[in-house]
Design a protein around this ligand. Structure first.
Ligand SMILES: *Cc1c(COP(=O)(O)O)cnc(C)c1O
Length: 391
């Protein structure tokens, strides 16, 4: 039952999870669930990974927090590591995805201001999700997220996702565009994977127009796509990169990374955060990056993802309710020809946590630590669930 002292932002929540270990969580009655949603792409290493727990225990005995008035060694180390694995030059740390995107939006506007533009514009996509702060909900391409929150900030132009011609058209009509903000694979929008040449074409367009290419890798990042960052499936590098979710494996942390001219836009006093990049969060981030590498989890995400996609396509090829099965790495979406929210309950009754996004897309975001046998269980359970739904 909903607690009246909590604001009603999440609807009625009927499951109470009280413990997690590896790829499983347990409810308050001790029932076990295979977690194929990972706290929405957060716990990529599974729950309570010993390396993360150890880092948190260690750091909480040393120093939890100091202000950004001081040097924070773990913050510097995590910045070095992130820059190295991404090919970006520098980092600003936040506490969430939305805040990482706020930093990215501020970078684009700072560029606009340096160019003498009164209302610099950022190109954003239909079906995008960028967060719930005022600027990021405005960038989000979903009316439900925006309704009731007028006045929305200006400075965003919207086009269909995966449609380069629409952006070319905008470029010819507007002269105050400074950036494109896009997810390499739309997550909340329904695991929408663009054409292979989409990002490279956007890169070329941004070079030609002198715009920033800002990639929102809050969901796709940190190994989930089968590369550290999803753009690494292509040959390109963005100017600005945001990430969060999987970076702390459950500890709130976000990052906005920049390269080249974008890396020099913020100067002393441009931006800040009380908690952003604090010692505890950065130790978690360092433990995550180390573990991804040490346990070869990114390679595993790529391999498991290909297998899941192939097996689900094979098992569900004749299933009349399935519109499309798509994905990249361990982001899998199964589009159903009608709303399918009830599948979440049905899966739960069998001890499996999944999610439905955009109303009719069953979404799987399993931990990168999923074993082969859990992967087979997942394929069996999901195909049976959908076949039963089709009857
Ligand atoms: C989850 C998400 C966000 C928002 O992150 P929060 O931490 O909830 O603020 C932004 N962009 C994408 C692509 C996301 O998946």
């Amino acid at each position: 039952m909903a607690t009246p002292t909590l604001m009603d932002t999440y609807g009625e929540r009927t499951l109470t999870l009280t413990r997690g270990e590896g790829n499983y969580v347990w409810d308050h009655q001790g029932r076990r669930y295979l977690d194929a949603i990972s706290g929405i792409a957060v716990c990529g290493l599974g729950h309570c990974h010993p390396k993360v727990t150890e880092a948190l225990q260690d750091q909480s005995n040393i120093l939890l927090h100091v202000s950004n008035l001081y040097n924070i060694p773990a913050q510097q180390q995590l910045a070095d590591r992130l820059a190295f694995v991404s090919g970006m030059d520098n980092v600003f740390f936040s506490n969430s995805g939305a805040e990482a995107n706020e930093a990215a939006i501020k970078l684009a506007r700072k560029l606009g201001s340096e160019r003498g533009l009164a209302t610099p514009q950022i190109v954003v996509m239909d079906g995008a999700f960028h967060g719930r702060t005022l600027a990021t909900l405005t960038a989000t391409g979903n009316e439900k997220v925006q309704r009731g929150f007028a006045p929305l900030p200006e400075g965003f132009l919207r086009v269909p996702f995966n449609d380069v011609a629409a952006i070319e058209q905008l470029a010819s009509e507007h002269h105050s565009i400074v950036a494109i903000l896009v997810e390499p694979v739309q997550g909340e929008g329904g695991i929408r994977v663009p054409d292979a040449d989409y990002l490279p074409t956007l890169r070329t367009l941004c070079n030609r127009q002198n715009w920033l290419l800002i990639l929102d890798e809050i969901q796709t990042g940190n190994g989930r796509s089968g590369k550290m960052f999803a753009y690494q499936h292509t040959g390109i590098v963005p100017d600005v990169l945001t990430t969060a979710k999987g970076l702390g494996n459950g500890v709130p942390i976000g990052a906005c990374l920049a390269r080249g001219k974008a890396a020099r836009l913020f100067t002393t006093g441009s931006h800040g955060s009380t908690f952003g990049g604090n010692p505890l969060a950065c130790r978690a981030g360092l433990a995550v990056l180390e573990t991804l590498e040490r346990e070869w989890l990114i390679e595993r995400a790529e391999k498991l993802g290909e297998h899941l996609l192939q097996a689900l396509r094979m098992r569900l090829t004749e299933c009349p309710v399935v519109v499309e099965i798509r994905g990249l790495g361990l982001m899998i979406g199964i589009e159903i020809n009608r709303p399918c929210g009830e599948l979440v309950e049905k899966a739960r009754a069998q001890g499996l946590l999944i999610n439905v996004t955009a109303g009719n897309v069953l979404r799987l975001l399993p931990p990168l630590t999923l074993t082969d046998s859990e992967c087979h269980q997942l394929i069996d359970a999901i195909s049976t669930l959908i076949q039963q739904f089709a009857r």
